[in-house]
Structures are given as structure tokens and as C-alpha cells.
Design a protein around this ligand. Structure first.
Ligand code: FAD
Length: 327
């Protein structure tokens, strides 16, 4: 085992890794190779042995497994304690976290505690002799900035979801899997999660779905979303929504795309009754092909789209779904 250079923090929910956390291996493996040291993974959660095995297959040389019922819930203070314990065990130069809700809380907390640099929401991470240089989109992705943190001290980096590829798993890789005992203080236990809203099982993961069908306020009601669901089902797509829709309670918040929701980069984005406010488009502008159905030819999303169908969605969507089912 050589010296740990990079630690990736594998966030889990209900014993499964968050997809954004698996992308950290795509970012972390090349960095560890360039630094000539180990890629260490911290798998934190409850009932996470299977994730530990996966971390090895995805490129970790050493996996520290903090498997503890206290880590079953995404409470930042407790996961931070697990990361601190892993830092003491591995002493890495770079710490990569996913830019998920939890990762966005964890990274600044830890950077503050260790008085370390924090590179935020990065889409590219390069090594120079004296610094780590990263690319970070700002102003709702209108600009890319280059940020640098001097090397020689620990650096915390959050990686943006969708920016790094998940490596191909290599079953049978030689990897050291070690349990990590974490001690919690009374303060760590002060916050408890009272309710977790579970995504229905079998639902396609929005952030990694190749086809996403998004309904906006134009859909008119929660009941009318049946049209969007049927269209999505006809093309094997995941259903997303705008904030107007999740604020109205027509769809759950976890389906919301945009500045305060999820980022998606599907091969096909199909927007139905979506105007294309900048707070929405910031979360989908990386889509390969954008198709929109809207009765307003001047809607911003119509202007941004590769293909637009101008007309009443209640007329177009059922006919489109029927045709797509036939092909
Ligand atoms: P609308 O803007 O009301 O558009 C509805 C569209 O449907 C219109 O273009 C209309 O022409 C069309 N339409 C209506 N009826 C029909 C019909 N019968 N047939 C065809 N077309 C029809 N929004 C997000 O989506 N995600 C975010 O993360 C987000 N974060 C935000 C953060 C902040 C701080 C703020 C201030 C706002 C945020 N918003 C976000 C809200 C955003 O500004 C817009 O209000 C929202 O995206 C609009 O949603 P919409 O397109 O569904 O609705």
C-alpha cells in the first residue's frame, strides 16, 4: 500500500451509493495516479458492505467502511465525523465530495474545521506542481471560472454531478477493505431526521436518465401529469418538472430541475408546457437535443430548443404518445 493521496467520500442512501458519488472515482483515479499514491474511498452509511465492494471495482486501492446505524440518515455532523476519522486514518492531500445537498454542506464545514481550501462544484480538476487548478461554472453556467488552490495543504473539492464519468467496474481488483469505527459526540447526535420522503422504487434516476420528459405549469394540474408520464413511458424516459410545478405540489421536489433542483444532461430533453426561465434552463442546458411543446412561439425554451412543436399540449401530447408507442 502506498501513501494515500486522494480520498473520495462515497455518500450512500439506504445502503446504496448516490450516483454522483460514484462519479468521484472518474475524477479521483487519474489524480491519484498523477500523484503516485493510493485512491482511498470512504463509504459511510448503514448496511453498506456492497457499496464497499463496488468502490474497489471502480478504482479505490483502499476502502474505509464506516458502517454504523448512526450514519443511516444524511446528518451532516455525523457524516463529517466519519470523514474526519477517515482523514486521520488515510491523511490524503485531496478530498473529493459529490456536490449533492449533503456534499455541499459537508465540504465547507470540513474545510472550515481544517482551515483548508475548498474548490466548489468543479467540472474539471487538474494538477500543477504548486497548485490544484479547477474549472467552476458560475452565474448560472454563463461563465466558467478557473480556480486554484495552493498544494502542500489539504484541499476539499466538490465535483459537480454529471461532470466526471463513472469508470467501468473491474470485478476482482485487489483492494484493501477496512472497517472504520467512528465515535460521535453528543452534539453530533443532536439533529435527527424526522421524515425521509422516499423516491418510489423502480423509478428511473433523473440525473442519469438518457431521456427526460419535463412538465411545466402549462400542464395545468397534478392529474394532467398523467399525460407527461405516459409520454415518458413511451420513450423510456424519466419524468422531471419545473419549480412552479413542485411549488404547487403537483410533483415531488426531487423531480425538480434547475438552479434549486437537479442538473440533467440527457441525450433528449422534452419540455411540455415549460417556459424556459433561466433558473430552469441552468439545470438542463447541457442536454444533447432539446425538444419543446409550447403554445407560445416566443417562450425562451422554444428559442433555445433544437425542435419546437407550437400548439396546445393537450392536443399534441396524446397524439405524440400514440405515435411513439407505435414505433
Ligand atoms: P411558466 O413560466 O408559467 O410557463 C408555463 C409555460 O407553459 C408557458 O410558456 C406557456 O406558454 C405554456 N403553456 C401553458 N398552457 C399550455 C398549453 N395548453 N399547451 C402548451 N403550452 C402551454 N424554476 C425551475 O424550474 N427550477 C429551479 O430550480 C428554479 N429555481 C428558482 C430559484 C429562484 C431563486 C427563483 C426566484 C426562481 C426559481 N425557479 C426555478 C422558478 C423560475 O423562475 C420559473 O418561475 C419556473 O421555472 C417557471 O416554470 P414553468 O416553465 O413550469 O411555468
Amino acid at each position: 500500500m502506498s501513501q494515500a493521496r486522494v480520498l473520495v467520500v462515497v455518500e450512500t442512501v439506504a445502503g446504496e451509493a448516490r450516483p454522483a458519488a460514484l462519479e468521484l472515482f472518474g475524477a479521483g483515479r487519474p489524480l491519484a495516479d498523477r500523484l503516485g499514491g493510493d485512491l482511498v474511498a470512504l463509504v459511510a452509511g448503514s448496511g453498506v458492505q456492497a457499496v464497499a465492494g463496488l468502490a474497489g471495482e471502480l478504482g479505490a486501492d483502499r476502502v474505509l467502511v464506516a458502517d454504523d446505524p448512526a450514519l443511516a440518515e444524511p446528518v451532516v455532523a455525523r457524516v463529517a465525523r466519519a470523514v474526519e476519522t477517515a482523514l486521520a486514518a488515510a491523511d490524503p492531500e485531496l478530498v473529493l465530495l459529490p456536490a449533492t445537498t449533503l456534499g455541499r454542506d459537508l465540504a465547507p464545514l470540513l474545510a472550515g474545521r481544517f482551515r483548508a481550501a475548498h474548490l466548489v462544484n468543479c467540472t474539471r480538476i487538474e494538477l500543477e506542481d504548486q497548485a490544484v487548478v479547477a474549472t467552476r461554472p458560475v452565474y448560472q453556467d454563463k461563465l466558467l471560472t478557473t480556480v486554484r488552490a495552493p498544494r502542500g495543504r489539504r484541499i476539499f473539492i466538490t465535483a459537480r454531478s454529471g461532470a466526471f464519468p463513472v469508470p467501468e467496474p473491474q470485478p476482482g481488483r485487489q483492494v484493501s477493505i477496512e472497517p472504520l469505527a467512528v465515535s460521535f459526540t453528543e452534539a453530533d447526535q443532536a439533529v435527527t431526521v424526522t421524515r425521509l420522503v422516499e423516491k418510489p422504487k423502480g423509478q428511473t434516476n433523473l440525473e442519469s436518465a438518457p431521456v427526460v420528459v419535463v412538465g411545466g405549469r402549462g400542464v395545468g394540474s397534478a392529474e394532467n401529469f398523467r399525460l407527461v408520464e405516459e409520454l415518458a413511458a413511451a420513450i423510456d424516459g424519466a419524468v422531471g418538472c419545473t419549480r412552479a410545478v413542485s411549488d404547487l405540489g403537483w410533483r415531488p421536489h426531487y423531480e425538480q430541475i434547475g438552479q434549486t433542483g437537479k442538473n440533467v444532461r440527457p441525450k433528449l430533453y422534452l419540455g411540455v408546457g415549460v417556459s424556459g426561465a433561466v433558473q430552469h434552463t441552468v439545470g438542463m442546458r447541457g442536454s444533447d437535443t432539446i425538444v419543446v411543446i409550447n403554445r407560445d412561439p416566443n417562450a425562451p425554451l422554444v428559442k433555445m430548443a433544437d425542435f419546437a412543436i407550437i400548439g396546445d399540449l393537450f392536443d399534441i401530447v396524446p397524439r405524440l404518445t400514440k405515435r411513439l408507442r407505435e414505433v
